[in-house]
Design a protein around this ligand. Sequence first.
Ligand SMILES: Cc1cc2nc3c(=O)[nH]c(=O)nc-3n(C[C@H](O)[C@H](O)[C@H](O)COP(=O)(O)OP(=O)(O)OC[C@H]3O[C@@H](n4cnc5c(N)ncnc54)[C@H](O)[C@@H]3O)c2cc1C
Length: 511
Amino acid sequence: MHIDARQLDNNTLIEGDICIIGAGAAGISMALSLENTALKVVLLEGGGMEYDDRVQELYNGKITGHPYYPMKASRLHYFGGSTGHWGGMCSTFDEIDFEKRDWVENSGWPITLKDISPFYPKAHEILDLGPFEWEAEYWLKQNAAYKLLPVEENKLWSKLWHFSPPTRFGTKYRDAVVNAKNIHLYTYANVVDIVATENVNSITQVTIKNYAGKEHTVKAKRYVLACCSIQTSRLLLASNKQAPRGLGNDNDLVGRYFMEHTELKTGELWLNHNDPLLFYKMDDKTKIRAELAISPEKQRELQVMNCSISLMPLALAKNAIPSVKIWSQEDPRKALDTFHKYSNLDKRNYIQKLFTKGFYQSYGLYTRSEQQPNPDSRIVLSEEKDELGVPRANLHWALSPMDKKTVFTINKLLGQQIGAARLGRVKIADFLLDNDPQLPDYTSGGWHHMGTTRMHEDPKKGVVDANCKIHGIDNLYVAGSSCFTTGGAVNPTLTCVAFSLRVADHLKKLG
Ligand SMILES: Cc1cc2nc3c(=O)[nH]c(=O)nc-3n(C[C@H](O)[C@H](O)[C@H](O)COP(=O)(O)OP(=O)(O)OC[C@H]3O[C@@H](n4cnc5c(N)ncnc54)[C@H](O)[C@@H]3O)c2cc1C
């Protein structure tokens, strides 16, 4: 069922068993996995079924710290959420990503990869990825032209990526959500306040508002925040009537440890001979490719974080502008247009065709790296309020010297491996060789918002427990990448969806 909350009588009371706040990748996956249960699911979406600039404006806020994409443009505020403009690149976390690594400050989850793995196959299906095959061996058999770069696996390994079409949740899952008997979707239902009991150990209701001037109340047994990292922490901080520092924030952790993946061009690979390196290029048919990832052994030995390198024909990479410089428009619709213009798709397609024919001897190296969890990298409330009266969220993105060390290390390792195999040479970018401990200003993020309600078994070190329940509050959960304790080196959506399926599974058991 779909109800536009603007059309309801003012002060309507909506009741259900589970109230999910946010209908993006996490919220929709979760709601649909609760379909055909005895639970009445109330799914609250702040926006409408289509883009609405007045609703999008609620996301506006200020950026301080390391340069980042405009707040208004880096997430989408309508049914389907940011899958309305995501790129569809997917890969899985590694075992080491969950471990407490002595050399990575603030690392260590209370769960392991084994707790998430059972949910990857369904998440894979939801995102329309191909066969559930993540080993290089499988794919090498599918195409005789695929071959591995002869590097030592215990140093650098070929990590698999799958490409989603990309699935737009707002179109693909709209009918399924609207027609599900036990899912009650409310659009234009922006949650502006979460109300707790006086002793703040339980949530009693949430307040929704829209620009039609309507205000309603939602009551449920359990509540799940699925608004993505920035809005989830904003809402917790702004819900401060019973808890002056915000909900779940007794230990000043909500909003902290905002993480991204650093992404930038870090060098060039010059081969002795032309080689199309097809296994490392996304193929339209197989929809997979490999990246060169640093092995867990080398992460331990060299005391760096997880990261990987992808290859782009140098003819393309040479003039590429960092994403953070081109994705600078406040309006997300214009941001996408500008991005496509500068990405020069015609030229890209032409060069990709040549690339397929094997004309390429030189490649740009692009490194994507895990970011060290940094408490100073955070979301804070602004003095300024949005149209619905909620303080805006400001982002201070802060990087650490460990981020640069990691990026340098994998590029050096690749250079050593390419040299030892007598394949060619690697030229490391100058900025990696200078004395500045920080990555340069043009280091981009991948639009991957993680952290801000991090998972830890100790309430003094994390906001949610191993079941994604907020410490100290018996019926408030978080679904999505804001729970990530560390960010791994892969794009987050596959794991974000797997996580929300895991929360749904837990709630089903509670009944
Ligand atoms: C340009 C771009 C490219 C990307 N490319 C990739 C990629 O290639 N691979 C990858 O893995 N990830 C990618 N991502 C990230 C991906 O989009 C997110 O990881 C994913 O959408 C997160 O899902 P989510 O449900 O947590 O958040 P969202 O999809 O952002 O959904 C949150 C939902 O909550 C709603 N909401 C927010 N506040 C409220 C409120 N107060 N009340 C009610 N509802 C509210 C929003 O309207 C929205 O529908 C990309 C993102 C962008 C912007």
